[in-house]
Design a protein. Structure first.
Length: 115
């Protein structure tokens, strides 16, 4: 399964993003998400613990449910508080009433259909 095949479902869904630090999991809901190639671009409007976790451990997992069922997306995340990706999320229509603090870019390495 290619990420592009799930794009319209991902961009219309609320996803669950799981991170961890020191073997302590942390999970949040994210909705301002875009798919570009093999990457998910996620807006940080309110995240604090998630940002710290990614700095310590860049492996993340996301899950969502759509018309095609549920999927888990696993990958490596990188946080940007300036530059191209930060400007990208600042200009997303979903963020027009927010003041984004950063962007998370997740390079998807594995897609698993949930059963």
């Amino acid at each position: 399964m290619k990420l592009a095949n799930l794009k319209k479902y991902i961009e219309k869904s609320i996803l669950s993003l799981a991170t961890s630090k020191n073997n302590k999991p942390h999970q949040i809901a994210v909705s301002a998400v875009k798919v570009l190639g093999d990457n998910l671009i996620i807006t940080n409007n309110f995240m604090q613990e998630t940002k710290r976790n990614i700095a310590s451990n860049n492996k993340v997992s996301l899950i969502f449910w759509g018309n095609k069922g549920g999927y888990e997306l696993r990958g490596n995340a990188k946080y940007f508080s300036s530059g191209k990706w930060f400007n990208f999320v600042k200009n997303m229509g979903e963020n027009k009433n927010f003041n984004p603090k950063g962007a998370i870019v997740v390079k998807i390495k594995q897609i698993k259909k949930s059963k």
